[in-house]
Design a protein around this ligand. Structure first.
Ligand code: PMV
Length: 313
């Protein structure tokens, strides 16, 4: 008797990149530039046809799933994405994450970019939909994002970003960053809302601090061009203290930065929305592993990233 042939399921893959903001989180929302580094890793999504739409996440701190009809924000993100792409068929999407979620590394944009790319391939849709698809997904988590996470998730690399000029690739010397996650924090949307209301309550002080924060990217650009990593590190630490002044650091983030600096980092700061999540520290001599070891010893999820000139896409 001839055996019944089972046709293999067609799977479409897409990738989205995580990022670390070196300079300018929060001030970028108010129109100042930011300097951002794509980490070259993030989210990989695989899409296949299914009876009902469901989404499965695995990775660093992820092992969960959601359905399209679920009341979760994640499901809402997928509903918005499907609407923009005009998808009415059911699919299963599996997402593998190489960074922690909700920790300041742009995981939601990386997931959005990976899924949007995979869905566009799967349904043979126009590539022109990519930016609006990722934005629709991202808006659910950020309310009014600056667009920096979305740019990093789609294009990666090392770049300057502002709301008015968008993504501008920049040349950098080789950079060694150690990223450590101090633990859970509120969703970005809530941190941004609180930041906006604090800003209203003391407009003058916020304006001065924002202007100072907003001036750091251009100072950092000069230091990066001169390959002056000591100066880059100092500016990073200064950026952290300004973020602390406007209330988006936390005792845990401050302690992690101090541990990194004590172990020899040239500078350290929170990255992303803050109030928890990740710090980034700049390392001069990665071969010693001293900073990575100290952060690991303190119990944080820790990774080293060797950022090459022209890394990313
Ligand atoms: O914490 P994340 O990865 O969501 O990054 C937020 C970065 C902000 O500057 C605080 C917000 C934004 O949209 O630029």
């Amino acid at each position: 008797m001839a055996s019944k042939r089972i046709s293999p399921k067609r799977i479409s893959i897409g990738e989205g990149f995580a990022k670390a903001i070196l300079f300018g989180e929060h001030s970028v929302v108010y129109g100042y530039p930011a300097i951002v580094c794509g980490l070259g890793v993030g989210a990989i999504a695989s899409v296949q046809d299914a009876e009902t739409s469901a989404f499965f996440f695995t990775g660093v701190n992820a092992n969960f799933q959601t359905q399209l009809e679920s009341p979760s924000s994640l499901a809402e993100g997928f509903r918005s994405l499907f609407e923009v792409l005009g998808i009415t068929s059911s699919v299963e999407i599996h997402v593998d994450l190489s960074i922690p979620t909700g920790a300041g590394l742009g995981s939601s944009a990386a997931i959005g970019a990976a899924c949007c790319r995979a869905l566009i391939k799967h349904f043979n849709l126009s590539e022109d939909l990519i930016e609006s698809g990722v934005e629709a997904f991202e808006v659910v988590f950020h309310a009014s994002p600056s667009g920096v996470d979305q740019a990093a998730a789609l294009y990666g690399g090392f770049f300057q970003f502002s709301k008015s000029s968008g993504y501008q690739k920049i040349e950098v010397p080789v950079l060694d960053l150690v990223v450590a996650n101090v633990g859970s924090r509120e969703p970005t949307k809530h941190i941004l809302e609180r930041f906006a209301s604090q800003k209203k309550s003391d407009e003058t002080r916020f304006k001065v601090t924002m202007e100072e924060m907003g001036s750091l990217p251009s100072q950092a650009q000069i230091a990066l061009t001169n390959k002056d990593l000591v100066e880059v590190g100092k500016l990073m630490t200064h950026n952290h203290s300004l973020l602390n002044e406007v209330g988006v650091s936390s005792p845990e983030l401050d302690i992690a930065c101090q541990i990194a600096i004590k172990a020899g980092a040239l500078g350290a700061k929170l990255t992303g929305a803050g109030r928890g999540g990740c710090i980034i520290s700049l390392v001069q001599d990665p071969s010693s592993n001293a900073v990575e070891k100290a952060l690991l010893k303190a119990g944080y999820w820790t990774r080293s990233y060797h950022i090459l000139e022209n890394s990313g896409q």
